[in-house]
Ligand binder design. Sequence first.
Ligand SMILES: Nc1ncnc2c1ncn2[C@@H]1O[C@H](COP(=O)(O)OP(=O)(O)OP(=O)(O)O)[C@@H](O)[C@H]1O
Length: 265
Amino acid sequence: MMQEIILKLRDVEMSFGTKQVLNGINLDVYKGQIIGYIGPNGAGKSTTLKIMLGLIDGYEGNVELFGEDIASGDVTYKRRIGYVPENADLYDNLTACEYITFVGELYGLTRKEAEDKGLQLLTQFEMEDVFHQRISSFSKGMRQKVLIVSSLIHNPDLIFLDEPLSGLDANSVMVIKDILEELKKRGKTIFYSSHMMDVVERISSRIILLVNGKIAADGTFEELKEQNKEGSLEGIFNQLTGFDAHKETAATFVSIVTGKASDQE
Ligand SMILES: Nc1ncnc2c1ncn2[C@@H]1O[C@H](COP(=O)(O)OP(=O)(O)OP(=O)(O)O)[C@@H](O)[C@H]1O
């Protein structure tokens, strides 16, 4: 049986002014895949995510979600999407409860449904005591948990995560990794962008490496390892992005900081 295509990109290009950021992205993502979307800073990962989410316009090419062209004007597909942004402007003056019910209502839940479900979910992160406190009083990790809960409150089929583990402690990272596994088992499709190579290596059913707005590698971790003769995703990343100067760069950087070459210390 053919697997359902959830996400389809054809010749997607994007420029900001004269700078071309995406140079022809072609991609089919199937139901139940966890895609690890990696690449150097500025490669165009967040830009790709924002195009698929309908947050930025002006791209060339074709983007289909759940078999529908997102440029068709019909935005009902958005109800089936969850999104954890990289930099979220959480509404600091709202309480966790107010924020989560606000997002839940945007996605079509009633206030009561969103509030009940939000409290249940935050309780799993041991945050029930702060449900009615203002987000401005939260630590970075607590804010991140509110974002993760908000992104899943409406039971989306396709989930976009942009560096979702930032600020989370080791125990919470474990829980989130297992949540992603569990969502995958239940047929959810996950598009996961991160720089944490060990996590991407572990959770992804497929890894896509973007370099200069182009897909430079696409396959399972095993396939990438086979092709690149490197043992870790970090090593594969270094090799495919042509970066082997970390030691020299670090030494030069610290020499500038200290005003002395390393052998003068
Ligand atoms: N709104 C914008 N206006 C102008 N240039 C932009 C805009 N958004 C992104 N860019 C540029 O597009 C390029 C790709 O940015 P993008 O945020 O997609 O990279 P990224 O792969 O997500 O990087 P990172 O790993 O650092 O998050 C960068 O050169 C960035 O400066």
